[in-house]
Design a protein around this ligand. Structure first.
Ligand SMILES: Cc1ncc(COP(=O)(O)O)c(C=O)c1O
Length: 227
């Protein structure tokens, strides 16, 4: 592209020409089917193939084990701030959160609408200039939530806790930037616009058998918020 400009902001990320050209070809005529990808049924085998290919690329690149589902959801990472507690929090059972910056604070505010939240540690008093590693996760927490990379504050978690509590991680701004062991987490979510593609899509990687592995951890236990 002549006079290509680069966005050095945290997002949306720059996309390679091969990606932009492939996408624009598909918008005009998807795989020589004579119809745009925007016009074919979202239930057609052609479209399902797109989703399946994306899922298997994510599985290959991140080494996602077979017992994890890969979901492409709408609403950005912010929607996961409420979907996670909506699905995983149980009445009168607390969720534990590590407060490391503006986005973890937003996640905490949403979780509080659904039930009790326990903050294991916070670096708010020092303007989030570091991440505390000195904390204890109560064993009765329904899950532990952390933000692996604090986009605005510029701090990143290098060592994740070893715990029997299910670990949920917002990886919006460092996913695919380093190798992770997906098996260390029960649920990973990331808005696409930082490290993967355009805004509007959220990648969620969730352990399929989370409820069996963690007894009362029930990923289909949807409740309404206390507004
Ligand atoms: C770490 C982190 N979490 C959540 C968000 C919110 O993502 P979204 O705009 O997709 O809701 C962002 C960025 O905007 C982020 O950097």
């Amino acid at each position: 592209m002549a006079n290509k400009k680069y966005n050095f902001g945290a997002g949306p990320c720059i996309l390679l020409d091969i990606v932009l050209n492939g996408a624009s070809d598909a918008v005009k005529d998807y795989n020589r089917t004579g119809i745009s990808i925007l016009e074919i049924s979202h239930r057609s085998s052609e479209f399902e193939n797109v989703i399946h290919e994306c899922q298997s690329l994510v599985r290959e690149l991140l080494g996602v084990p077979d017992n994890y589902s890969i979901l492409f959801l709408q609403g950005g990472a912010s929607t996961q701030f409420s979907m996670v507690p909506m699905c995983l929090m149980q009445q009168l059972k607390r969720a534990s959160y590590l407060d490391t910056g503006c986005f973890s604070l937003k996640a905490i505010a949403e979780a509080k609408l659904f039930g009790p939240v326990h903050i294991v540690a916070s670096s708010k008093d020092s303007d989030y200039d570091h991440i505390s590693y000195d904390y204890y996760i109560p064993g009765d927490s329904v899950y532990f939530h952390c933000t692996s990379n604090n986009t605005i504050e510029g701090t990143e978690i290098f060592t994740f806790p070893e715990t029997n509590v299910p670990v949920v991680c917002d990886m919006s701004s460092d996913i695919f930037s380093r190798q992770i062991n997906v098996a260390d987490f029960d649920l990973i979510y990331a808005g696409a616009q930082k490290n993967m593609g355009p805004a509007g899509l959220t990648l969620v990687i969730v352990k399929k058998n989370a409820s069996a592995a963690h007894g009362e951890f029930n990923s289909f236990n949807v409740r309404l918020p206390h507004l």
